[in-house]
Structure formats: C-alpha cells, structure tokens
Design a protein around this ligand. Structure first.
Ligand SMILES: C[S@@+](CC[C@H](N)C(=O)[O-])C[C@H]1O[C@@H](n2cnc3c(N)ncnc32)[C@H](O)[C@@H]1O
Length: 241
C-alpha cells in the first residue's frame, strides 16, 4: 500500500506556506499564560487541531502532550516529525480520551472550522470534560464579523530552488462564515506546474457569545485582547479546583 500523502494536499505545503510564522515566540507566550492561570499541579497538555505539530515542537520538553486533529493528512506530517507523541485523528466535537489534562490549547483560528455556535458549544462542552480541575484552556480565535473583510484578495508564497508554491484566494462571506477557495499553484523541479483548490469555511464567532458558551459549559472565561499574534486575542478559560 502506498502510505505517502497525496502530493497535492495543503498538508504537504502547510509548513512551507507558514514558514514565516514565529511558532517559537508564540509558544513562549503561551507557556507564560498557562503558568499564570493553571492551578492544577500536573504537566499534561492536549493540543486540539494540532495540524502538522508546529507548536508541539516547542511544547514537548515542558509538557506531556497529546495532539488531535480532524485531518489524517495533517497528522501524517506531524507523525513524521514526532513519532513518539500520541497524535489522534478526531473531531474536537466528539473526541473521547481516557486521560484528562492540565492544559488544553486550540490555536491559530482552528476553532473557526466549527462554523456554527451549535458545534462550538458541542466542542467546548466536550473539551471542558477533558480539563482537570484547576486546568486552563486557551483558545485562539479566528476572525469575527467586524475584523473579517469579505472580498479581500490574499496571497502566500514559498520559494526555494526546487519548489515554488503560491496560494491565492478571495474570501467571501456566506451567512456567518468566511469562505475561502484556496487555489494552489505548485511548480517542482523537472515537473509541471500543478493547480489544486481547497475550500476552507470558518465561522465568524463573536467574543461575547463565545464567552457565554464557555461559562455555560462550566468554565470561568475571559478574552485577552493581546494574544499570541496581532489582532486575534485569546480566550482564557479555567476550571475551578
Ligand atoms: C489553521 S490549521 C492550524 C494547525 C495548527 N494548530 C497550527 O497552528 O499550525 C487548522 C487545523 O484545524 C484542524 N481542524 C479543523 N476542524 C477540526 C475539528 N472539527 N476537530 C479537530 N481539528 C480540526 C484542521 O485539520 C487543521 O489542521
């Protein structure tokens, strides 16, 4: 059986497209925020929607980590990098694990993929069950209606001597979702220029409603305006001891 990734999958180019992102610096901030809010004694951390594991790289020496993600393709890349870390394919709305955790993180807007408040409630209820008393949950949001600019064109590129990748999209607003048909052009040495498209749909959640849901599922919650990256903020939720 051929177990390689389909070559023209976003997962294959994810780390290249985001090679500008400073995961090391963000993780240093993340660690500080966890330390400040965590009241439980342990060092277990669940990263939900861990993707290709770019935060795991900088968290693994301080925490005992489990990663989960919906995408088998993303996890395949992560497993190649971290063969010794448990990485589980699952939907954050349904994930069931035998362990519970001192910290749960869901970063880089991944929560937006839930699209609706109904799914958001399911996921937060589910994740709240997986949090230890005294534990902390950090959720980095996607955009909201007032920060999402429908119709804006976007371009990301990667270039080395053997490979050129361009990702373009013009975002659209459909009901309460930002919809992005991401068009990829990939040129490899001695190959052809390939084109593929992936649709990404992310819900535009309002902080007030997110906080309300967090409280409904039994967490104490606040929204920090200054988060890990500019203009995104961060939800910090804790479970009483
Ligand atoms: C923008 S990527 C972020 C990946 C990683 N956290 C990072 O910052 O590099 C979003 C990730 O969310 C995952 N995802 C989307 N919906 C999900 C769901 N319902 N449950 C778990 N993961 C999900 C995707 O597969 C993807 O890996």
């Amino acid at each position: 059986m051929d177990t390689r990734l389909p070559r023209y999958s976003f997962a294959n180019y994810y780390d290249l497209i985001y090679s500008w992102k400073d995961y090391k610096k963000e993780t240093a901030l993340l660690r500080k925020i966890i330390r400040k809010h965590q009241r439980s004694k342990g060092k277990s951390l669940l990263e939900v929607a861990c993707g290709t594991g770019n935060y795991i790289q900088y968290l693994k020496d301080d925490f005992s980590i489990v990663g989960t993600d919906l995408s088998a393709d993303m996890l395949k890349v992560a497993r190649q990098k971290f063969p010794n870390i448990p990485l589980i394919e699952s939907d954050m709305c349904k994930v069931r694990l035998n362990d519970s955790f001192d910290a749960i993180v869901c970063l880089f807007g991944s929560i937006g993929y839930l699209k609706t408040y109904g799914n958001l409630r399911k996921a937060l209820r589910n994740l709240s069950r997986l949090l230890n008393p005294g534990g902390v949950m950090l959720i980095e949001p996607w955009l909201r209606r007032s920060t999402f600019h429908a119709g804006s064109p976007h371009l990301n590129t990667y270039s080395d001597v053997n490979l050129k990748v361009a990702r373009l999209c013009v975002s659209r607003l459909v009901r309460n979702c930002s919809v992005m048909d991401m068009e990829f052009l990939v040129a490899e040495r001695n190959g052809k220029v390939r084109h593929f498209v992936e649709r990404h749909e992310l819900g535009l959640f309002e902080p007030k409603l997110v906080l309300k849901i967090m409280r409904e599922v039994g967490l104490r919650a606040e929204y920090m305006k200054e988060g890990l990256i500019q203009d995104r903020g961060l939800y910090v939720a804790t479970k009483s001891l």
